[in-house]
Design a protein around this ligand. Structure first.
Ligand SMILES: Cc1cc2nc3c(=O)[nH]c(=O)nc-3n(C[C@H](O)[C@H](O)[C@H](O)COP(=O)(O)O)c2cc1C
Length: 477
């Protein structure tokens, strides 16, 4: 199977670039750095400041993921999820502060209701003059389910069928009003043309809605639908119903295959693959030189809490992957409790199993540390590389831009959502990598359009009534 767009055709296209917003940082422990944001009570100001910075660099979107539970264990694994502003509230707030950047909020189809979501999201799209989008997650987490009084989550088939109905209702309700339904005729006293208001009468297995919606049609017609995931069900939902897929693949080769297959699946469904955008997440650690970037990596690795086997009491246990015994099994070398900052000797490294050799390679790529080198590998580095499943790229601005350009030009992604370890790294990305991407003409200096659909190159879908009228007219021919 060939990639939908051969690499040569990509020279004409721009790379899409957004930010996954995590005010406490996307890297565990980064909030401990001296100038890093560390108090969720300051999130309103931090969100404002992030959005203003992102917009001044003409980023295409801000993406807000969501998680419906919390607990003290997140302190060590994902502090940004511990307590934060709910995504639709965040994008509503930012709609009034920004004027060009796209705003993507996550909604959980299992634990919300399509009429309310259609109403809120159409409102945010109008408030932001056409810059909102909706990321759909289907609710696979048992703890989240219990927050909504459910004893357990539904199986995958049920969740994806329900999500499909949910999206069909959203689209139907967003089409309640035709764009010219408001005649606002002061002479005759006719505010609306009632023939341009449509109820939905949707009766599904999981959701039903009568309609119409009491909010005008969104500026973008329908908000772009985003879906993240790589399973068969996820890909199916994305290729059938989404405008944007977020896919995290472990290697460039796998990403190229996945990109080609997903675009082909979209085409096979009769959709235009150019109206479907594939976004890949990356966490860049950039410095003015590669050495500086390596130091940034080390600084963060040193802040990750790991269990060295000496059982120092901690309020909540760390995940098993942070444990020296877990890594010991992977390496194939018995490690007793030890100082994790001790250095891996060449003799020890020569006994590592394949899993250990792969970890050494990951550590070398990210930190420049090699066994027996001037910057030697510490056990900490192996534990950190094993336990953090983040798509990290470390290097100078040129090296980061090379990586993004490679993934884009080789047909692995239409664009990227940047995970920032912490605010200073986001600022460095804007200051160093953005000018380099502009120099390569991969991104524009300023926004060309006004809506998120404009930024992504997606057209406004025709109103379903106009569409069916046009079809019956064609059939009548
Ligand atoms: C990059 C990325 C971001 C995601 N963000 C969220 C999120 O914010 N909230 C959530 O509940 N699930 C999130 N997910 C989970 C997916 O929606 C999906 O449920 C999960 O990846 C399992 O599906 P999969 O096996 O297809 O990957 C995300 C997945 C990916 C790949």
């Amino acid at each position: 199977m060939t990639a939908h767009l051969p690499p040569a055709d990509r020279s004409a296209r721009k790379l899409i670039l957004g930010l996954t917003v995590r005010t406490l940082g996307a890297y565990p422990g980064a909030w401990r750095l001296p100038d890093a944001h560390s108090d969720p009570y300051g999130d309103a100001d931090e969100l404002r400041s992030i959005a203003v910075a992102a917009e001044s660099s003409a980023l295409d979107f801000l993406y807000f993921g969501d998680w419906l539970t919390t607990g003290p264990e997140l302190e060590a694994t994902d502090p940004s999820l511990i307590a934060r502003i709910e995504p639709l509230s965040a994008v509503s707030f930012l709609a009034g502060i920004t004027s060009r950047i796209g705003l993507i909020a996550t909604i959980n189809t299992a634990h919300s209701e399509p009429f309310s979501t259609a109403r809120t999201t159409a409102s945010v799209d109008l408030l932001s003059h056409g810059r909102a989008a909706l990321n759909i997650v289907t609710g696979a987490d048992p703890l989240s389910a219990r927050n909504f009084g459910w004893p357990k989550v539904h199986d995958e088939t049920h969740r994806f069928e329900a999500a499909t109905e949910y999206i069909e209702i959203l689209r139907g309700l967003w089409d309640s009003w035709e764009s010219d339904a408001f005649v606002s005729d002061k002479e005759t006293g006719r505010l609306i043309d009632p023939s341009k208001l449509h109820s939905l009468d949707y009766v599904g297995v999981h959701y039903s809605s009568l309609g119409p919606l009491n909010v005008p049609r969104p500026v973008q017609g329908h908000l772009p639908i985003v879906h993240a995931g790589t399973s068969v069900s996820s890909r199916q939902l994305a290729s059938t119903h989404a405008d944007i897929a977020i896919m995290s693949l472990p290697s460039l080769g796998e990403a190229i295959t996945s990109y080609a297959e997903t675009k082909a699946a979209v085409g096979a469904l009769g959709r235009d693959p150019d109206e479907f955008t594939i976004i890949v997440p990356f966490l860049p650690l950039v410095g003015t030189t590669r050495d500086e970037a390596w130091r940034a990596y080390d600084e963060l690795a040193d802040l990750v809490e790991v269990d060295d086997g000496r059982l120092v009491p901690r309020p909540v246990e760390l995940p098993a992957s942070r444990n020296i015994r877990t890594v010991s099994r992977l390496l194939g070398v018995p490690l007793q409790a030890r100082d994790v900052d001790s250095v891996v000797s060449p003799v020890e490294a020569s006994r590592f199993l394949d899993g250990g050799v792969r970890l050494l390679e990951l550590v070398r790529a990210r930190s420049g540390r090699v066994v027996g080198g001037v910057r030697p590998v510490r056990y900490r580095d192996l534990i950190v590389a094993h336990s953090l499943a983040l798509p990290i790229v470390v290097g100078s601005a040129e090296e980061i831009a090379d990586e993004l350009e490679r993934w884009f030009r080789d047909g692995a992604a239409d664009g990227f959502t940047i995970l920032a370890s912490h605010r200073a790294q986001f600022d460095s990305f804007l200051a160093l990598v953005i000018p380099e991407l502009r120099r390569r003409k991969l991104i524009d200096v300023r926004y060309r359009g006004t809506t998120l659909r404009d930024h992504l190159g997606l057209s406004v879908p025709p109103h379903s009534q106009l569409h069916s009228r046009a079809q019956s007219w064609l059939i009548g021919l």
